[in-house]
Design a protein around this ligand. Structure first.
Ligand code: PEP
Ligand code: MN
Length: 338
């Protein structure tokens, strides 16, 4: 951290900053320029916050010079991490497509979905048993029964299951059903107690980007999980809120290369919640893969018109099959495979 002092700083004010640094176990390097005096902190600055210095008399600004997210940062781990999900690699040369309905509805709907996901060539399945809905009167998910249906449906095809965890009180149930990948939704990206709990579990976690979160807030949220010991974290860009109202969210394609540079962890894209319309999904999927996404999370329903949740954005089984058929060429063009 460096602390920049104001123009007419006194020795007493510099002394107070140095004392605060020393109390925190660090040393100070004082550099007196013509205009400004800059104090550099020497030592482990992890415990320091900017607010420890900015209120002190004579201090103009204080800023970190090392990254606040350490474990997830590429600085700490140069090679890209490949996460093993029941034998399926995520983050390597092969791109994965995780597909399935927005929400678990019935056993028949899940059985059909699993069959279509498998037939399309996807290796993992999604489906929400606990649904974060804007209205408290909307369908909230089938809960435990939904996890049961999901497990039964995925079993014959050995599809690892991805499902959203909304509350720490659901964790035991998720372990009971041996959920393969825990999804943290956009609305919970900064639910720090939830992040700390999944940090203690030995299960891969898909961390969706908060709909108005900056890249650095997102990285810090991942660091919460990593700090607890769970380093199997997958970032998922799912569209952000902007002034544009023509589509549900704006897919931030720029976030993909930026995150790939900042973190060694896999980065995936959810084109369904970004566009909010099924017809946009193929174009957004192609853009995501071309930009370097390691996987896609795509909503598909056996009969989208009858879907209980997010009906507009669900692909039909045929559309999923066509999408899968079209993505291989893009993957190959950038030296990857599908
Ligand atoms: C979902 O994946 O069904 C979902 C609710 O996503 P998000 O948290 O991105 O809105
Ligand atoms: Mn959905």
């Amino acid at each position: 951290m460096i602390i920049v002092m104001g123009k007419d700083v006194t020795d007493e004010q510099i002394g107070a900053v140095v004392k605060r640094l020393e109390t925190a176990g660090l040393r100070a390097n004082i550099s007196r320029g013509v205009d400004r005096t800059v104090i550099g902190a020497i030592g482990d600055e992890t415990p320091l916050t900017e607010e420890m210095f900015t209120p002190l008399p004579g201090v103009e600004t204080a800023m970190h010079i090392t990254k606040q997210y350490k474990i997830v940062s590429r600085e700490s781990h140069r090679d890209s991490t490949v996460i093993d999900i029941c034998g399926i690699p995520l983050g390597g040369k092969q791109i994965q497509v995780i597909s399935g309905p927005c929400s678990v509805e019935t056993q028949q709907q899940m059985d059909l979905s699993a069959r279509y996901v498998h037939e399309a060539g996807c290796r993992m399945m999604r489906g929400g048993a606990f649904k974060p809905r804007t209205s408290p009167y909307a369908f909230q998910g089938k809960g435990r029964e939904g996890l049961e249906m999901f497990r039964n449906a995925a079993k014959p095809y050995k599809l690892p299951i991805v499902t959203e965890l909304m509350d720490v009180r659901q964790i035991d149930m998720f372990m009971e059903y041996d959920v393969d990948v825990i999804q943290i939704g956009t609305r919970n990206m900064q639910n720090f107690d939830l992040l700390k709990e999944v940090g203690r579990i030995n299960k891969p976690v898909i961390l969706k980007r908060g709909m108005s979160a900056t890249i650095s807030e997102w990285l810090m949220s991942a660091e919460y999980i990593a700090a607890g010991g769970n380093h199997n974290i997958i970032f998922c860009e799912r569209g952000i809120r902007t002034f544009e109202t023509s589509y549900r969210n704006v897919l931030d394609v720029t976030a993909i290369p930026v995150l790939k540079k900042e973190t060694h962890l896999p980065v995936i894209v959810d084109p369904s919640h970004a566009g909010g319309k099924a017809w946009m999904v193929p174009a957004l999927s192609r853009a995501a893969i071309a930009a370097g996404a390691d996987a896609l999370l795509v909503e598909m329903h056996p009969n989208p018109c009858e879907a209980w949740c997010d009906a507009d954005q669900a692909l039909t089984p045929d559309e999923l099959k066509n999408l899968m058929g079209s993505l291989g060429a893009i993957a190959n063009a950038i030296g990857r495979s599908l």
